[in-house]
Write a protein that binds this ligand. Structure first.
Ligand SMILES: [Cu+2]
Length: 320
């Protein structure tokens, strides 16, 4: 199998090579500090289904808050006999077994599992029967297509492999300005947490359908950001520890749309700044609709120099 990486840096000839550090600083300023998108508080359950195994229990939060179509964490390592305990943070979501090749389709491969449509504070337990990668998704229409899928025992790549998430990230981000912008946000909120910042880098993506890869990357970035904002919830080995959410609300980071909106507001607010490059970039960005370039929210919001900075930072981080 071969994977196209030649698109990396496409368009960079328009970005110029100067002002890199200004760009990085402005990116950080634009995405703010630790601003988040809400919180999740575990409360008494409203109902539950499924029994527990003899091993450890791993918590996965289903849609941590309203409008955030994610599983947190995106991936969980578990042994045979362990229990995955799904906790709903918002209404109208499901946990339904799927497959790696078809992450948004109900799997017919035994043992199947499907929670049905459930609401906030529901708990669904699933005992792990084998250590093969097991995918699941939310069956509520449109949610999975927005990225609402997760995995138990993800396949791991050889560190540094070109088909690992880290190996593909810079080329994906170079071709997806929204992903690039969200990576900058996630990077910012994990700045002091190396384990969170590197979480998922070695996930294998070779078998994932191409359309799902940027969604998987976004899921990883969301999980990293959540760990970054709640350092007590990640262990040194990268496993999650969500036991504390029984007593302490979990801070939920902004999802990708929220991060892009915040960047837009910040960019608008900082327009008068005495920075010729930024001002020029703002002008060209506001003229973007008249160009033939495909409209993209982040492209319209961020200056080209900001983007090249983000991509360079990404290339550094994900090359690890
Ligand atoms: Cu859902």
């Amino acid at each position: 199998m071969s994977y196209q990486t030649s698109n990396y840096g496409s368009g960079s000839s328009n970005w110029g090579g100067s002002g890199y550090q200004d760009c990085v600083n402005q990116c950080i300023a634009s995405y703010g500090g630790m601003s988040g998108g809400g919180s999740y508080q575990a409360t008494a359950t409203s109902g539950s289904y499924g029994s527990s195994g003899n091993g450890a229990t791993h918590t996965v939060i289903v849609a941590p808050t309203k409008g955030v179509f994610r599983f947190m964490p995106f991936a969980t390592n578990a042994s045979v006999g362990d229990t995955i305990e799904f906790h709903w943070g918002a209404d109208n979501h499901t946990v339904t077994k799927s497959s790696e090749l078809l992450p948004c389709n109900k799997s017919a491969e035994a043992p199947v599992f499907a929670s049905g449509e459930q609401n906030e504070n529901f708990v669904f337990r699933q005992v792990v029967n084998d250590t093969n990668p097991t995918f699941y998704y939310c069956g509520t229409p449109t949610h999975c297509e927005k990225g609402m899928f997760g995995v138990i025992n993800p396949q791991m790549a050889t560190p540094g492999s070109p088909t690992s998430l880290g190996g593909m990230m810079s080329s994906m981000a170079a071709n997806d300005s929204d992903l690039s912008a969200y990576a900058a946000y996630s990077q910012n909120v994990t700045a002091n947490n190396d384990v969170a910042a590197a979480w998922g880098t070695n996930f294998e993506m070779a078998n994932m359908p191409e359309w799902s890869r940027s969604l998987m990357a976004t899921n990883v970035l969301f999980t990293r950001a959540t760990f970054g904002m709640n350092p007590d919830t990640i262990n040194a080995d990268g496993s999650s520890n969500l036991a504390s959410v029984a007593t302490t609300p979990l801070m939920i980071p902004m999802d990708i749309s929220g991060a892009l909106n915040a960047a837009a507001a910040s960019t608008a607010a900082s327009t008068p700044v005495a920075n010729a490059a930024a001002a020029a970039a703002t002008t060209s960005a506001s003229a973007a609709p008249s160009t033939t370039a495909k409209p993209s929210s982040a492209m319209a919001l961020a200056s080209p120099k900001m983007l090249v900075g983000v991509v360079v930072v990404l290339a550094t981080i994900f090359a690890l």
